[in-house]
Design a protein around this ligand. Structure first.
Ligand code: NAD
Length: 484
């Protein structure tokens, strides 16, 4: 197989030779062989990228000064170039992180252009000024201004969609961006940079600099960065928040989760199975908002355990490039070790394994783990409390709705969740009492029009919706004096 190799970084509108000679080798989690390489950034490369973003933002006729319509025209060209590369983007994500190709086509190939157009249009339609009659006789003129140079740091699990949760509102708002992709998924980020070049994005507006966590930490603390937008683990988020706290630097953090699906006693299980798959095992269990705790009424506990066991056993595990595959490999050997460690912990703490728990037979290579279901545990079990980030569900029994809510809310996380019932209003009422940023009824998916994000250890701030745009703006008030 030919490998995909890059030798330069996308900085200041073009391809630039790295200062250092370090290289990131990318491996397929399916074949375990090398599939490409990109240069790994040094701090000097970060300095160049931030300087480019800084001048593009500060220039008197720079990106921030364009009318939103002018930015929208350029971002429309970017969206078109991304669409022209959508199939290859999806393929690259799938071969790097194991995301099933049909899902990559939706999330990774399709979503970036949708988000660019959504936020560009929102900026075009936003009122330029908000004039408020003052209480003291004058007028307060309030505007939203782009916040400046943004450091965007993203993980490997849904790399392009998460990138554009940040890039689309930031660029539409008039900010400039230095993007640091995760080392596991860089080939899609470089293809995105090719689209930016083809679209003629002005110099310095977007810069793509891959590297490890030290490089990420350096970028977060860089004196010329005005805002940090981070998605990743809670541990990294905490460290980034500490830096931003010290610098009084605005930060948005989208972190881990341990969300609960509450199945009420009138749930129609047969009708729910496909949506339950989407809420639990999607992307091989590697999405932050997945509902990996399934709470089932005691009266129907056995039935729910059997249904989820059957679901797990029905999922085709294998090559993620095969459109029939529902569960691909985990991203890395390290991630598989972590997931297997949790499976061992579940067993040793006395939970009952109803299916899975091992590596699938017949797959000679790849970091595969069988879809796994644990029953007969309560919410104190380690596997019910910690984020596993793999295809492992815990089915926990409850008595009544109050107990279901108490269990769902007994978590250090608060990102997603869902409530399942034949009565939508009943489910929505229960959903309203789940302590997390977002909750679905009879399904879970984030809709771009509404704010997405978490509370507690799941982070702070929101992406998507108008709130996702406001995260890249600051408010500016001019007090006009009373007339006469
Ligand atoms: P990670 O935190 O190790 O890495 C994420 C990114 O941050 C990578 O680019 C990494 O290089 C960088 N990074 C790591 N430490 C850093 C530091 N101290 N300073 C600056 N940058 C740093 O996370 P991961 O294991 O790659 O990703 C999985 C995690 O991401 C899971 O916990 C998952 O729940 C979370 N996640 C959250 C969301 C959300 O929207 N809430 C979405 C996807 C993933």
């Amino acid at each position: 197989m030919t490998t995909i190799d890059y030798r330069e970084f996308y900085i200041d509108g073009g391809w630039q030779t790295p200062v250092g000679s370090d290289v990131i080798d990318v491996h397929s989690p399916t074949t375990e062989s090398s599939i490409g390489s990109v240069p790994s950034a040094s701090t000097a490369d970060i300095d160049r990228a931030v300087a480019a973003a800084r001048s593009a933002f500060d220039a008197p006729d720079g990106w921030a000064t364009l009318h939103p319509r002018q930015r929208a025209e350029i971002l429309e060209r970017f969206a078109t170039e991304l669409e022209a590369r959508a199939a290859e983007t999806s393929r690259r994500v799938t071969i790097q992180n194991g995301m099933p190709i049909w899902l990559a086509e939706q999330f990774e190939g399709g979503f970036p252009a949708v988000l660019l157009r959504y936020f560009s249009q929102m900026m075009v339609e936003s009122p330029e000024v908000d004039e408020r009659p003052g209480m003291l006789g004058g007028t307060a003129r309030v505007t939203r201004q782009p916040i400046g140079v943004v450091a965007a740091i993203v993980p490997w699990n849904v790399p392009q969609a998460i990138t554009f949760l940040k890039l689309a509102p930031a660029l539409a708002a008039g900010c400039t961006v230095v993007l640091k992709p995760a080392e596991e998924t860089v080939l899609d980020a470089f293809l995105m940079a090719e689209a930016a070049v083809a679209a003629g994005l002005p110099s310095g507006v977007l810069n793509v600099i891959p590297g490890g966590r030290e490089i990420g930490a350096y970028l977060v603390g860089h004196p010329d960065v005005d805002k940090v937008s981070f998605t990743g683990s809670t541990a990294a988020g905490r460290s980034i928040a500490e830096t931003c706290g010290r610098l009084l630097r605005p930060v948005t953090l989208e972190l881990g989760g341990k969300s609960a699906a509450i199945l009420l006693d009138d749930v129609d299980l047969d009708a729910s199975m496909e949506s339950l798959f989407g809420a639990t095992f999607l992307n091989n269990g590697q999405i932050c908002w997945l509902n990996t705790r399934v709470l089932a009424p005691r009266s129907r506990y056995g039935e729910v355990v059997d249904a989820l066991t059957g679901l797990a056993e029905s999922l085709k595990v294998g090559d993620p490039l095969d459109p029939e595959t529902k569960v691909g490999p985990l991203v890395s050997a390290r991630q598989r070790e972590r997931v297997e460690g949790y499976i061992a912990k579940g067993k040793s703490e006395g939970a009952r394994l109803t299916t899975g728990g091992g590596r699938p037979t017949g797959l000679d290579s790849g970091y595969f783990v069988q879809p796994t279901v644990f029953a007969d545990l309560d919410n104190t079990a380690t596997i019910a409390r910690e984020e596993i980030f793999g295809p492992v569900l815990s089915v926990i029994p409850f008595g009544d709705e109050a107990e279901a809510l108490a269990i769902a809310n007994d978590s250090e996380y608060g990102l997603g969740g869902s409530v399942w019932s034949s009565d939508l209003e009943r489910a929505a009422a229960v959903a309203g009492r789940v302590k997390s940023g977002t909750v679905g009824v009879n399904h879970y998916s984030n809709d771009p029009v509404a704010p997405f994000g978490g509370i507690k250890n799941s982070g702070m701030g929101r992406e998507l919706g108008p709130e996702g745009l406001h995260a890249f703006q600051h408010l500016h008030t001019v007090y006009l004096p009373p007339a006469g």
